[in-house]
Design a protein around this ligand. Structure first.
Ligand code: F6P
Length: 347
């Protein structure tokens, strides 16, 4: 006979289970779409939206090809089995697009009409700031309740510590930097590596610190490129035979500009590697899957609660709501500490 544990042992915490969520907004059917650049973890977010809704008796309409598909009426019912085996997949099973037509009032009116035809009570938009603009105008002009889920590798949305896809993109870029370091060290070369980030240096900064780079160039600090010449000269003087320099895509002149300045100022040979869209692909890492799952669930609860016109984000581990327009009007700064750290460690 097994003995009972002593009474003073810590009791298991009272963990919540999947409980019924109130639905004061009376949401019966919602729609979900992915829009703009795809990001690893978008499928996990779609899955979370579909399964949370189904769990609470809400039907889901999947819109294919983002707003482009919405104005053309490319809609279909989706259920929990349709999102099986997708949590580990990169890209988006709903497909995505950047739509010019959606920028016109006619395009948005046509999309709103399709949502009415399908009896949709609210729309979940998974994407970046361009996609949130699209959703914002749909709500303003046609009263469709919109909830945004931040899905972009750039991590450039105010109102969330991280966006879905960012963690995976950083890992992918870092893997490439590690490989380039092997060949750079063998040839005693300077590698200038460009990572994605149209207007933001979050990926560049993280990769620079994690990849042990000598220097990093980001759009948030458009310092003159000629400063790098001295940095490379100093590196050589300190006995560094090879160097890794990370440049965010949005830095004026990009990697090519930085490499040209180094060659002109030092006479040393460089190699440029532009990582490009490879950073958007691949199976999402666990942090992206978990973030997507949590925010997908939160998006459905927000609609059921009667909330609209906000992005769900996670700040310090807590889910918060930020008005859609603030996600692009307010600037999300890069980490000053990380920027300093990158400099300190590059001696
Ligand atoms: O999704 C963000 C992003 O990957 C940016 O980093 C990049 O500048 C842009 O999308 C590229 O977009 P496209 O896929 O249209 O070439």
């Amino acid at each position: 006979m097994s003995e009972l544990p002593p009474a003073d042992l810590p009791q298991p915490p009272d963990l919540p289970h999947a409980e019924p969520h109130p639905n004061p907004a009376g949401i019966k059917r919602l729609a979900v779409l992915t829009s703009g650049g795809d990001a690893p973890g978008m499928n996990a977010a779609i899955r979370a939206v579909v399964r949370t809704a189904t769990h609470h008796g809400v039907e889901v309409v999947g819109v294919r090809r983002g707003f482009s598909g919405l104005h053309r009426g490319d809609l279909r019912m989706i259920g929990p089995r349709d999102v099986a085996n997708t949590i580990q997949r990169g890209g988006t099973v709903l497909l995505t697009a950047r739509s010019k037509t959606w920028r016109t009032p006619e395009g948005r009116a046509s999309g709103a009409a399709h949502l009415r035809e399908w009896g949709v009570d609210g729309l979940v938009v998974i994407g970046g700031d361009g996609s949130f603009h699209g959703g914002y105008y749909l709500q303003q002009e046609h009263g469709v309740p919109i909830i945004g889920i931040p899905g972009t590798i750039d991590n450039d949305l105010y109102g969330t510590d991280h966006t879905i896809g960012y963690f995976t993109a950083v890992e992918t870029a870092l893997g490439a930097v590690d490989r380039l370091r092997d060949t750079g060290a063998s040839h005693e070369r300077i590698f200038v590596i460009e990572v994605m980030g149209r207007h933001a240096g979050h990926i560049a900064l993280e990769v620079a610190v994690a990849g042990g780079a000598e220097e990093v160039f980001i759009p948030e600090d458009p310092k003159p490129v000629d400063g790098v010449v001295q940095i490379v000269k100093d590196s050589v003087a300190k006995g560094k035979a090879s160097s890794i320099i990370i440049v965010a895509e949005g830095y004026p002149g990009g990697a090519q500009g930085v490499a040209s300045a180094i060659e002109a100022g030092t006479g040393l040979e460089t190699r440029v590697s532009i990582l490009g869209h490879i950073q958007r692909g691949g199976s999402p890492v666990s942090s992206d899957r978990v973030l997507a799952s949590r925010l997908g669930e939160a998006a459905v609860y927000a609609l059921m609660d009667g909330t609209a016109g906000v992005m769900v984000g996670r700040v310090n581990g807590e889910v918060i709501h930020t008005p859609l327009h603030e996600t692009w009007e307010r600037r999300k700064d890069v980490s000053r500490d990380l920027y300093r750290c990158a400099k300190t460690l590059s001696i």
